[in-house]
Design a binder for this molecule. Structure first.
Ligand code: GLN
Ligand code: ZN
Length: 774
């Protein structure tokens, strides 16, 4: 395919870039500041240096309009809260006294003052700080950060576009402040908020901004007519400001198609829209055609996926661009969303084969792809023949590779039948078999899997990596830890023991490292929240399990005790959710391969004598699609994958699952469909609400709503835990109620873990003695 130069003005841009710096300089500076080792001035200058080097690198690569204001010391939603003067009452004095310290206090809390709540940014693994608003919230404009960063970019001689969280998304992401009625809808503050946005826009205009981007990703979710009206009003008002008093407005959406919000924004008097064509691009193109395109507007086409790490199919993107040219006045090229969600640069990865590395694109490589596409659009494909040829070769190498096509894995997946994902007996028959086999007391006590990850364990892992100890030495340390964990649990009187997960760095990475088809990066850090960065593994190829992964640790633990030791695995949905996943086949096929590999592990544990096996799925809820219409299909493959993982065991082998949240109203049926024998859930903070919800749904199986909140070092007393347990008993009968903490204990210290678990056992005994003798 060749196209002639079509759009001489086509520009390349991005909405945001990873903030951390090539060697995580920002993390080090911010944490150094918290510890008092780095001064505020040093922190500011590190940050300014990172910003300018990012912009210069972007400009050098050919990005013609760099984003400003996307940088953050902690989180850009918190920065928006500051920009709008919506500082929660309890933090106001601290912010007044010292803006930087007050900012970090809002993010992290202090001894006396609670931080803002943190939650996931849409369906990504980035977490933002939730704005707290109420009927009394008074907004005031503070455009200092936005203006300063714009001026910094201008001082480098660059064309720049400030990026702001838009007013509708800001309000839709907010929650009622403490003390405000739960019915309060922050969106009712829109009329009060818009003048403040107008003021910020005027300040940016004054500072020389030609364009400002307002991010409205909340508009890709299902929205009520009232919410869509609010969006229409917001952009009618902001767009209605005389052109002399405001910059041109680019309203950006991402993570999905706009759907019913598209006609609303298409009609609004704003100068540009940015749309995501990577997530269901074809449907989005249809939507755009059906509203008659965007005549008179600038369209920024998000064509390079901003949250996966695969090279773009440049020819496919060019063909989309070709279609778009007929639909808007001017078409520019961008990533689908901020590049915040991907690592920085593939070039520093030394452990991945060079050929495979060419399949991957991190932020820096994505920038080049965007520039190439804009060049192809502006100058015709003849101007990018070399890039297209290289891209074609990389895509072909990926498609043909034995890594992405393992005949044995494919044959096995093709032979799966519905029979494989059904246990041989229904729950009731299994429960009887398990009761006879396990002989547990009523209200059995257990834990969720991990015990404290001590400094010594981390040191042992670092020693192994650095070659200071060998594998045998490392494993000796792990065995010693397991033996200590077992001894403690026996003494404490727990009924179903665990080995403690001492050997696991991370519940996904540990398995990814042992499965064929996964890649690990050395420097592929991605911001999870604040200064916490994670290195998600890359699920690149067909998945298989060459060797057992957990069996010897579990059997070693079992050899030390007469009590049952529960085997522990991470479930297939979570294995996908916390990785970068291949995009060359449906997720359903990928999750099926992972499920088969984990099924081997489950069966291997059973064969080695493990009678209780837990398959954790903490991510099942968080990967729920943004649009309700997409959820049934997701839940169908997600639950099917869990059943495929666990469906091959005997009826007297007890399958547990665990999820760490209390908000599962919309997936309660899916939880039931997992057909696990026992589920443990978070419940302590919500006073057993989940127990009541499960009961009202008629959940027929066993459940362990947590009676010990592991998110704080506080030790619950036996009396307190017993009170929660009695509450649980009001909803779930004693034959089906388990006693356990909310989640794993890896982030806790030993002293509080010991005391809390002893109290938990005491509580179970107390409440057992109150049960009528059967
Ligand atoms: N088994 C894991 C643990 O105890 C579960 C962790 C989780 O739910 N996130 O650490
Ligand atoms: Zn958990």
């Amino acid at each position: 395919m060749t196209t002639k130069p079509a759009a001489a003005a086509a520009r390349a841009t991005v909405y945001g870039y990873p903030r951390q710096g090539p060697n995580r300089e920002l993390k080090k500076a911010v944490e150094g500041y918290w510890k008092g080792r780095v001064t505020a001035a040093e922190l500011r200058s590190t940050a300014a240096g990172l910003r300018s080097s990012t912009w210069e690198q972007l400009a050098h690569a050919g990005i013609q309009e760099v984003p400003t204001g996307d940088f953050s010391y902690y989180d850009h939603v918190l920065d928006t809260t500051v920009m709008l003067g919506a500082i929660p009452e309890r933090h106001r004095d601290a912010v007044q006294a010292n803006a930087l310290d007050g900012y970090f206090a809002m993010a992290r809390g202090t001894q006396d003052v609670a931080p803002l709540e943190m939650t996931k940014w849409f369906d990504t693994n980035y977490h933002y700080l939730v704005p707290e608003l109420g009927p009394d919230t008074a907004f005031t404009a503070d455009s200092a950060k936005q203006v300063a960063e714009l001026k910094e970019a201008h001082a480098l001689g660059l064309a720049a576009r400030p990026v702001l969280v838009g007013p509708v998304t800001y309000l839709l992401l907010a929650k009622p402040a403490p003390g405000v009625s739960a019915d309060f809808a922050p969106l009712t503050l829109l009329d009060r908020l818009l003048p403040v946005y107008a003021e910020v826009l005027a300040d940016l205009r004054e500072a020389g901004a030609e364009w400002v981007q307002l991010d409205e990703p909340a508009l890709v979710q299902d929205r009520t007519p009232a919410e869509l009206n609010a969006a229409a009003r917001a952009y009618r008002d902001l767009g209605g400001i005389p052109a002399s008093d405001r910059p041109k407005l680019l309203v950006a959406s991402y993570f999905d198609r706009l759907g019913e919000a598209l006609p609303v924004l298409a009609k609004a008097p704003v100068e540009g829209l940015a749309l995501d064509f990577t997530e269901r691009g074809a449907a989005h193109l249809d939507d755009l055609a059906s509203v008659g395109g965007l005549p008179g507007k600038r369209l920024v086409a998000g064509l390079v996926n901003g949250r996966n790490i695969w090279v773009n199919d440049l020819e496919k993107s060019l063909s989309t661009l070709g279609t778009l040219l007929g639909l808007a006045d001017r078409v520019d090229v961008a990533a689908s969303c901020s590049l915040l969600h991907v690592p920085l640069d593939t070039a520093v990865e030394r452990d991945i084969e060079p050929q495979i590395l060419r399949w991957l694109a991190f932020a820096k490589q994505k920038t080049t792809e965007i520039v190439t596409l804009a060049k192809g659009l502006a100058q015709g494909t003849d101007a990018i023949t070399a890039e297209l040829a290289a891209n074609r070769a990389d895509l072909a190498s990926r498609a043909r590779s034995p890594i992405t096509h393992d005949p044995a894995v494919r044959a096995r997946a093709a032979a799966i039948t519905a029979y494989d994902s059904r246990r041989s007996h229904p729950y009731r028959a299994r429960a009887a078999a398990q009761r006879a086999h396990l002989k547990l007391p009523l209200l059995p006590t257990t834990t969720i899997g991990s015990f404290p990850q001590t400094g010594e364990l981390r040191t042992a892992r670092a020693d192994l990596r650095a070659g200071r100890i060998d594998t045998a030495g490392y494993e000796e340390r792990i065995r010693a830890e397991i033996s200590e964990v077992i001894t403690f649990q026996e003494k404490a009187g727990l009924d179903v023991l665990v080995h403690g997960e001492a050997e696991r760095n991370d519940m996904v990475q540990y398995f990814a490292e042992q499965l064929t088809g996964y890649l690990a990066t050395r420097h592929g850090w991605v911001q999870s929240y604040g200064t916490r960065y994670v290195r998600p593994p890359i699920l690149a190829g067909d998945i298989s399990r060459p060797e057992p992964m957990t069996v010897r640790w579990t059997t070693y633990a079992q050899s030390l005790t007469q009590k049952p030791v529960k085997g522990m695995l991470t479930g297939p949905v979570t294995m996908l959710a916390w990785s970068f996943v291949r995009d060359d086949q449906p997720l359903e096929d990928t999750v099926g391969q992972v499920a088969l590999a984990l099924r081997d592990e489950v069966n291997g544990l059973e064969a080695a004598g493990t009678s209780v096996i837990q398959v954790d799925e903490p991510a099942l809820r968080e990967t729920l699609p943004l649009r309700a219409a997409d959820r049934p299909a997701y839940l169908a493959w997600a639950t099917e994958a869990f059943r495929l993982t666990t469906g091959g065991v005997r009826p007297d082998t007890q399958i547990h699952t665990h999820m760490c949240y209390a908000e599962f109203g919309d997936i309660v049926q899916a939880i039931d469909d997992l057909d696990a024998d026992v589920i443990s859930l978070e419940a302590a903070r919500s006073h057993m609400r989940v127990a009541r919800e499960l009961a009202s749904h008629g959940y027929p199986r066993e459940a362990g709503p947590g009676v010990y909140d592991i998110h704080s070092p506080r030790v619950p007393s036996a009396v307190e835990a017993a009170a929660l347990l009695r509450k649980g008993l009001e909803a779930i009968p004693a034959e089906r109620l388990w006693v356990n903490p909310d989640c794993g204990l890896k982030t806790r210290g030993w002293p509080e873990t010991r005391a809390s678990l002893e109290n938990l056992v005491a509580a179970a005994r107390m409440v057992r003695s109150e049960l009528p003798a059967s």
